[in-house]
Write a protein that binds this ligand. Structure first.
Ligand code: OGA
Ligand code: ZN
Ligand code: ZN
Length: 525
């Protein structure tokens, strides 16, 4: 490495168990606990890590991949987003079918990633029943309850406290700018839309702000520097938040847009003239036709959008039919978290898939099938038996312990127990609960148990299985068998064991690992 990282920065990131609680990764010291004159006494790159000896005697070890990693930020600023105009969606908008979204983690990840990157996604086929919008919010996060309740109805009302509850057009705006914190997400679920008109529009507020910054930097400045009083009042409520129309982060990147002509209160003090000039210019940009993505919500459509970025609008409608949307608010932090966890699970499944394709394609303890074929056959037998998902998963993964270094597998055939059931279960426990890991942990014990209690079972074992049986301790004695039978996972382990024993047929076609990805993803915690 050419440039030395700053000592206090490097030490603050020490991953050792003395500096961070291994149970949760949280830091165990205060920054001013470190000596002010801290320096690196010696450092060396070794085995993909940077080893550091510090001037106070502490030792740290940093993976080089961590040291050289770049940071994409928290996903809230314009950085890393796709700023768009309507033409960018000429070939369609980000959308998914509700059922597919619910059942396929890849589909769910695609929807949430679209909200993060483009600011919105449309779910289709969401059941047109009241309160269903809340289910949509709960699928990735938490409903934000407000003075309007947990949800709001957008339809024509006799005594509207808001333009939304009339048949009039609504210009592009963000919702609830008078709230701090503002709801960062909005959902609109269409229950009925048989009126003439009432089409929807979306405008990327970040694009509009970026255009203003290009065309008129001083106006952009004025909007980022003027706290605007946003207000809402009705009989029971009086809300106010003073925030700029365009908020930038400390590096000057656009981070939030609040724009709602209906709720801007009375601006006082200096700078009013400059603000109004800039406000007018920005408003005109938000109305440029090329910025407005126009579409129609049909019953069953649910739009999810970033209320700190996108402006939403509708055209006027006639009361020749009925128009009813149900909406609610939620927040981006939970959506981003759900997306990150989905990505984490996908990475884990990719790792497993790689094991099946790589090491798993190798010989399995002298059987006529590879380890991967063996486990896929066991899973197929479980599925054919109508087994619950956790047992299909256990059957599919029961021998992953052999993968933790093929050396151990060879040890087993050299007369040493590799304890693959324990190592496999421990490894799987990073992602799966005991309903999956315990049958894996006990699948060797189940063989020893069945040999003890079931006449004829041992004679049916393959030669390799018979050989490993002796290495693994032979049949249980009566006392061991009774103790095994009392274990909570014993029955499941015996069930998995029977599929395991059957799964050694050469030249059998089974599903591939990918077939099990949704099932595994649903079981991951
Ligand atoms: C609202 C709103 C949009 C619509 O209720 O805030 O913008 O399509 N409604 O009716
Ligand atoms: Zn609105
Ligand atoms: Zn097996």
């Amino acid at each position: 490495m050419t440039e030395q990282p700053p000592p206090h920065w490097l030490r603050d990131n020490c991953p050792c168990a003395e500096c961070r609680d291994p149970r949760n990764g949280q830091k165990l010291f205060q920054i001013d606990d470190l000596p002010p004159d801290l320096t690196i006494s010696a450092s060396e790159e070794l085995d993909g890590s940077l080893e550091v000896l510090w001037s106070d005697g502490h030792r740290s070890r940093y993976p080089l991949t961590w040291l050289h990693a770049t940071d994409e930020g928290d996903g809230r600023t314009e950085q890393g987003k796709r700023l768009w105009t309507a033409a960018d969606f000429a070939r369609g908008i980000p959308e998914a079918d509700w059922e597919a979204y619910l059942t396929d983690p890849a589909e769910q990840a695609a929807v949430l990633a679209a909200v993060r990157r483009s600011g919105f996604a449309l779910l289709r086929g969401v059941p047109t029943v009241e309160r269903q919008v809340l289910r949509v919010a709960e699928s990735f996060g938490y409903v934000r309850v407000t003075n309007y309740g947990e949800l709001f109805d957008v339809r024509v009302e006799p005594d509207p406290n808001n333009l939304a509850f009339t048949d009039e057009a609504i210009a592009p705006h963000t919702d609830n700018p008078y709230r701090d914190p503002v709801p960062t997400l909005q959902l609109l679920h269409c229950l009925e839309n048989s009126a003439t008109g009432g089409d929807s529009g979306l405008v990327d507020g970040f694009t509009a702000a970026a255009i203003l910054r290009d065309e008129s930097p001083e106006d952009f400045e004025a909007l980022t520097r003027t706290p605007v009083p946003f207000v809402f009042r009705d009989r029971r409520t009086e809300l106010r938040a003073d925030r700029p129309l365009i908020e930038v982060d400390p590096l000057g990147r656009i981070r939030e847009v609040r724009f709602n002509n209906r709720s801007i209160g009375t601006l006082r003090g200096t700078g009013r003239e400059a603000f109004y000039a800039a406000y007018r210019r920005f408003a005109a940009i938000t109305l440029r036709p090329e910025l407005r993505l126009a579409f129609r919500l049909d019953p069953g459509d649910c739009l999810i959008f970033d209320n700190t970025r996108l402006l939403h609008a509708r055209t006027a409608f006639e009361q020749d039919g009925r128009r009813h949307l149900q909406g609610c608010y939620a927040d981006l932090d939970a959506l981003h978290s759900a997306l990150a966890v989905l990505h984490r699970r996908t990475a884990a499944l990719d790792e497993l898939a790689e094991l099946f394709a790589g090491e798993g394609a190798g010989e399995y303890l002298g059987e006529a099938v590879t380890t991967a074929e063996h486990m896929l056959q066991a899973a197929a037998a479980a599925e054919a038996a109508g087994a619950p998902d956790h047992l299909v998963a256990a059957a599919l993964l029961h021998d992953v312990g052999h993968f933790r270094g093929t050396l151990h597998g060879r040890d087993l055939m050299r007369g040493l127990d590799n304890h693959h059931s324990d190592s496999g279960a421990d490894w799987l426990a990073r992602w799966f609960g005991p309903e999956v890991t315990e049958p894996v942990r006990l699948h060797v014990a189940a063989k020893r148990y069945l040999c003890a209690v079931e006449p004829g079972y041992r004679a049916g074992l393959s030669a390799a299985s018979e050989y490993t049986l002796t290495v693994q301790g032979g049949p249980m004695d009566d006392h061991e068998a009774a103790a095994f039978a009392r274990l909570p996972g014993a029955a499941d382990a015996v069930t998995v064991r029977r599929w395991d024993d059957q799964a050694k047929e050469p030249n059998t076609t089974t599903s591939t690992f990918d077939h099990y990805r949704p099932l595994l993803a649903a079981l991951m915690r």
